[in-house]
Design a binder for this molecule. Structure first.
Ligand code: SIN
Length: 276
């Protein structure tokens, strides 16, 4: 296996491994270490079936079943993100996956199935690099804060509640996933590095601050995370795979390809409870 770093802050292209075959324990350990070091790994030409995709992800932990997004008909752990004119893209805000549960995902594996002729790139940001770049004074200001993450902020009735059945599914998803509170700055459980853990899509407020100040700090931190020096951008080809460390990265999928169609499959690996 070889890894070529793509930007100073984040990202590596990994070659010399066939992810369609079962991984050895040594390969799993090597990939876990590369993930922690590079935050997002890219692999080319990995034509995984949904079952192979699920089995690959399951090497790294139990898998999450998403309460709203549709899944593969036979493999419920594989989300199918099929975006087109009738189902426009909605991943074009900076976010981390599923922060609204007590133990949010440690990682996600995204497989490109149908790629538009142009556009549709995804960007990832290192929340560790973004935190490191903050002024010492600002780090003190946010050190002990906590924030609320809400599924309902991103999965709205207007976007996801078109039919009575969809509204009922949303209501169940909200009931089962009430807003969750996590530290604004979390420590990576493996590297011990610290990073920003609030995002544009799901974070609704900072608990300890008055509404105006909460909105101001969230606005600052979420736009700071998106600065280009913390970001890697990937231009997809069919059967590329991205594996990101969801604990201290955020991602944003460009919604610039309609009227073309884009289909991605995602497996989401559960993680541990964020701590300061
Ligand atoms: C996601 O937000 O998990 C999907 C990103 C993408 O479609 O590129």
């Amino acid at each position: 296996m070889q890894a070529e770093r793509l930007t100073p802050a984040i990202g590596a292209l990994v070659s010399g491994i066939n992810l369609c075959e079962p991984l050895t324990p040594a390969q799993c350990s090597e990939l876990s270490a590369l993930l922690v070091e590079n935050h997002v790994l890219f692999f080319e030409n990995q034509p995984l079936t949904p079952r192979q995709h699920r089995d690959l992800a399951a090497n790294f932990g139990p898998l999450h079943v998403h309460p709203v997004y549709p899944h593969d008909p036979e493999v419920e752990e594989i989300i199918v993100l099929d975006t087109n004119v009738k189902n426009p893209p909605d991943s074009d805000t900076w976010h981390t996956d599923v922060p609204f549960i007590e133990c949010p995902p440690m990682g996600s594996l995204l497989s490109a199935r149908v790629i538009p002729p142009n556009g549709g790139d995804t960007l990832w940001s290192s929340c560790i690099a973004a935190y490191d770049a903050l002024d010492a004074e600002y780090k003190v200001l946010i050190e002990n804060l906590t924030a609320e993450h809400d599924l309902a902020a991103a999965f709205t009735d207007s976007r996801y509640g078109e039919s009575a059945e969809a509204r009922e599914q949303l209501a169940t998803a909200r009931k089962n996933n009430p807003p969750m509170i996590h530290p604004v700055v979390r420590t990576h459980p493996v590297s011990g590095k610290r990073g920003i853990y609030v995002n544009q899509s799901f974070t609704t407020r900072i608990i300890e601050l008055a509404p105006d100040k909460s909105a101001e700090v969230l606005q600052f931190l979420t736009s700071h995370v998106a600065r280009r020096e913390f970001v890697v951008q990937w231009k997809w080809k069919p059967y590329d795979l991205a594996f990101w460390d969801n604990r201290l990265t955020q991602h944003f999928a460009n919604a610039d390809y309609l009227p073309h169609r884009r289909v991605m499959h995602r497996a989401t690996i559960l993680g541990d409870k964020p701590f300061r």
